[in-house]
Design a protein around this ligand. Structure first.
Ligand code: GDP
Ligand code: MG
Length: 440
């Protein structure tokens, strides 16, 4: 909604050739409302609007020479600054073990983020990571972390009855030290609301574990509440960095825009799904672009590059251009997509493609992939190259041959068409970031 409102403002501006101070004022009033409506902290909004106004009515625009997109650029720059400016990485150095403590409210995604972070550090940096279960409020939390730690390829530590959470954290670090783990990630308990007890426990865990990094986990969906939480943790416990979770949902953006300014700590990671792979470094400029509706093409490209070798990508692009992208290629794509993460998530990053409905249900898990493979293998080479010839009787034959139902074949063909359409669009756009619609 924030994105749509901002787009409407800029669209109106773009109708004018030159901007007067009044145009700028009017636009900024709208931007201000859009931000407040998105639940951005009002003090943050006030400062933001003042900065944009002083730049937009200063030397850059005052002569009335500035086209509308200059205002967009200023808003974009200031949004980027608000989100922290340059991307910052989590730095963990020897001496080992380096301890990271996750704090935040219940349900914010701490346990998930702890496991994702362990997975990330292990996978990216090859470090041995121990996950420590210091959430003693809910017995299920310990089991949740134990299971996640196995999936993440991390060690796991929990302690039996009688120990307090800070004691568990201390014992976990001692265990890591003894067993040669390089990084320790401590999961802690949350409450529904900020309270004295929660803060005190978090503080004592940080102290007992001699945490190098305290990461505040904030649910991006919670808007204004999240800001109060962030402030309380920053003041009472001390926060080195923020993990913003659930950015895959339709977060209003309010928390993202306020949390950096309110805590003074950089947003280090974005949580983008329930899976272990759903954790990405946070890029302020890309997030700003996303909020402005420019689509996060850069993130998309980067993720794609991790999974697809450049020559594979080139050959796919060529095939799309030549319109010879067939079902065999589609199967290859599905295999690659599987390495990249859920397809609908990738789609939502491409401007204008949020509505590629047929692809929404396409969860590329192993079973689905096997079925797709069976169906495609039951096709003749010419059917694979030119799926347009697959009529009703061919569909029945293919279904019978692959041990699937005609609906399965239909669905696959629909998904293939949708994927082809999508890739053609991306190719036409050349992968460059787009200005908001309606702007020069
Ligand atoms: P905790 O109480 O702070 O430890 O929160 P959990 O880690 O148990 O997460 C609460 C719920 O949010 C779980 O259902 C998670 O699967 C979900 N969750 C966590 N992070 C994300 C995320 O980045 N995206 C989505 N969609 N769900 C998430
Ligand atoms: Mg938890």
């Amino acid at each position: 909604a924030l994105t749509e409102r901002l787009n409407a403002v800029f669209k109106r501006l773009s109708g004018r050739g030159r901007l007067s101070e009044r145009d700028v004022d009017e636009a900024l009033r709208e931007v201000r409302l859009a931000l407040l409506e998105a639940d951005v902290n009002f003090r943050v909004v006030k400062g933001f609007i003042e900065r944009v106004r002083s730049r937009a009515t200063g030397a850059e625009v005052l002569e009335g020479l500035a086209p509308a997109h200059q205002v967009v650029r200023i808003v974009r720059d200031e949004l980027t600054a608000l989100l922290g400016g340059k991307a910052q990485a989590l730095v963990l150095d020897p001496p080992w073990p380096a301890v990271v403590v996750m704090v935040g409210l219940q349900g914010s995604g701490k346990t998930t983020a702890a496991a994702k972070l362990g997975y990330f550090i292990h996978k990216r940096h090859g470090r041995r990571v121990l996950l420590v279960a210091a959430d003693l409020q809910r017995p299920a939390a310990i089991e949740q972390l134990r299971i996640l730690s196995q999936q993440a390829g991390c060690g796991f530590f929990s302690a039996g009855h009688g120990l307090s959470a800070p004691d568990v954290a201390r014992a976990g670090v001692a265990c890591a030290d003894k067993e040669g783990y390089e990084v320790v990630v401590v999961d802690t308990a949350g409450r529904q609301h900020v309270d004295e007890e929660l803060m005190e426990e978090a503080r004592r865990i940080v102290e007992a574990s001699r945490a190098r990094q305290v990461l505040l986990v904030v649910d991006a969906m919670t808007g204004q509440d999240a800001v109060n939480v962030a402030r309380a943790f920053a003041e009472r416990v001390g926060v080195h960095g923020v993990v913003l979770t659930k950015l895959d949902g339709d977060a209003r953006g309010g928390a993202a825009l306020s949390v950096r300014e309110v805590t003074g700590a950089p947003i280090l990671f974005a949580g983008t799904g329930e899976r272990l792979e759903g954790l990405e470094p946070f890029y302020p400029d890309r997030m700003a672009g996303r909020i402005l509706g420019m689509g996060d093409v850069l993130s998309l490209i980067e993720r794609a590059e991790q999974a697809v070798r450049a020559d594979e990508a080139r050959s796919v692009l060529r095939k799309i251009r030549e319109d010879s992208f067939g079902l065999d290629d589609f199967l290859d794509q599905l295999r690659q997509v599987r390495r990249m993460g859920p397809l609908d998530q990738l789609l939502s990053m491409i401007p204008g493609l949020g509505q590629a409905k047929a692809l929404k249900g396409l969860n590329v898990d192993e079973k689905e992939l096997n079925r797709v493979e069976a169906i495609i293998q039951s096709m003749t080479p010419s059917e694979r190259r030119n799926p347009a010839i697959i009529d009703g009787s061919r569909r029945r034959r293919i279904a019978a041959g692959s041990g699937t139902r005609v609906q399965d074949v239909n669905r696959l063909l629909r998904q293939y068409e949708e994927a082809r359409r999508m890739m053609r669009l991306v190719t036409q756009r050349g992968g460059a970031a787009l200005p908001p619609s309606g702007l020069p």
